[in-house]
Design a protein around this ligand. Sequence first.
Ligand code: FE2
Ligand code: FE2
Length: 168
Amino acid sequence: MSADSDALEQLFEEGLQKVYYTEQQLVDALQQMEEEEVSDERVKQAFSEHREETRGHVDRLEEVFESMDASPETKQDRVVDAMIQEHQEFVEQNSDERVLERFDIAAGQKTEHYEIATYGNLTPLAADLGMDDAADRLERNMREEQEALDRLSRISEQFDREQEQQQD
Ligand SMILES: [Fe+2]
Ligand SMILES: [Fe+2]
């Protein structure tokens, strides 16, 4: 039995509203981490550049809404809310700068994984619904999330190597 296409379209639109919400939360979260929490230049720069990209993700999502003749609306995503809340709690409890920096790199990696999974679902769904332009835009966002993840993963490895060297 094939799924009702109206229901699939609704599933897609809800997913779009949630990722639109997520991206907006992440613009703020990236700004907070960059400006208030980290001092390592590599990490600062990675957050700052990805914040600009994230603004671009918001714009691309607005183009997707437009292509569907829908007005851009957000729908709360409890997963990203939970990640941000966990983050705030950690920040309040920890004062060691290096530890917070290491935590923030991992927080960044986690959100990139989450975004990749989200776009990884929405992109083929858009294609299935015959929305090729939307699929293309979502895929472009996904590629930038992947690049951001790769960059953070490299920084994280460097970070741990430096830490080991300092302990020798
Ligand atoms: Fe994003
Ligand atoms: Fe991202």
